[in-house]
Design a protein around this ligand. Sequence first.
Ligand SMILES: Nc1ncnc2c1ncn2[C@@H]1O[C@H](COP(=O)(O)OP(=O)(O)OP(=O)(O)O)[C@@H](O)[C@H]1O
Ligand SMILES: [Mg+2]
Length: 304
Amino acid sequence: MTDADTFLVTSEYRRFAEFCDACRDYRYIGLCHGPPGVGKTLSARHYAHWPRFEALPSPWAASEADFAVFANADAILYTPEIVNSPGGVRSDIGRLCAAIRFLREEPGKRAEDLELAAEKHAQDRRRFEKLQAIDWMRTELAQTPSKPTPAPAPPRAPLAPVRLVLVDEADRLRMTSLEQLRDMFDRNGIGMVLVGMPGMEKRLARYPQLYSRVGFVHAFRPLRAAEIRRLLDDHWREMGDTLPCDGIANPEAFAAIVRVTGGNFRLLRRLLSQIDRILRLNNLAEVTPAVVDTAREGLVIGTV
Ligand SMILES: Nc1ncnc2c1ncn2[C@@H]1O[C@H](COP(=O)(O)OP(=O)(O)OP(=O)(O)O)[C@@H](O)[C@H]1O
Ligand SMILES: [Mg+2]
């Protein structure tokens, strides 16, 4: 993992995680919207352990450590294709749920297989010992009770053990794909969180059947000044930049960072790398408002 991928737990992430927990526990559809770059995707990925999931070459190649991470996993993160169809949505979500099911059930199955193999081995040994005593042979083999047939397993929900489906870039979903999601929601008794841009909730309000199932709406907010201060003070290194060891000590420089980024996480990280570059190029030791200003000039700042 590179430093740029390091996930920092912020109060906005905690609010998001509580929101997801509530949608899962109450089996609601939740809408989470926020401007670009505030951290919606990274938060959803962290919540569902998705970087770890995607790093698996395949669930079958999972290590013991991977199995431990997913031992209680009950959420998936699904990002629809730009052009999406109801069939694609259904099969993609089904495939992800099957992978989580495998990761949760496989360790138990392997332990069971080992137990069975040990039991069979012990049985073979006992039988061999008995066969050695010829007298035993006829009587014992005839009396060996046949194994009882196991009772059929009760049918389970098709998406189990997944209880929460997070859908990133939900703005991409076409009407028929939204219908598909609603159908999966109804049939499986799961929670869903649709993550998208502000305005998504207004668009979805045009589909009354889906909208009437929405239980919670969550606005993902930009970082506040105090949170930026905390991140800069405590997580300086993890943010991937080799800035001066006293961080941003100059209060005016800090105020300039807050102003330039508006609390947008994407911009904050970009601005910090620019500051880092400018300090190194100019052999400077302190982050001043002038350094922040020069760094800002090198940034492409969209409307956020
Ligand atoms: N919790 C976090 N810890 C560390 N970095 C973060 C965090 N959240 C966001 N970032 C940084 O901000 C960038 C943008 O985050 P993210 O892609 O999650 O935004 P988004 O809200 O999904 O934006 P968009 O609407 O454009 O998809 C990330 O690439 C990362 O550099
Ligand atoms: Mg995103």
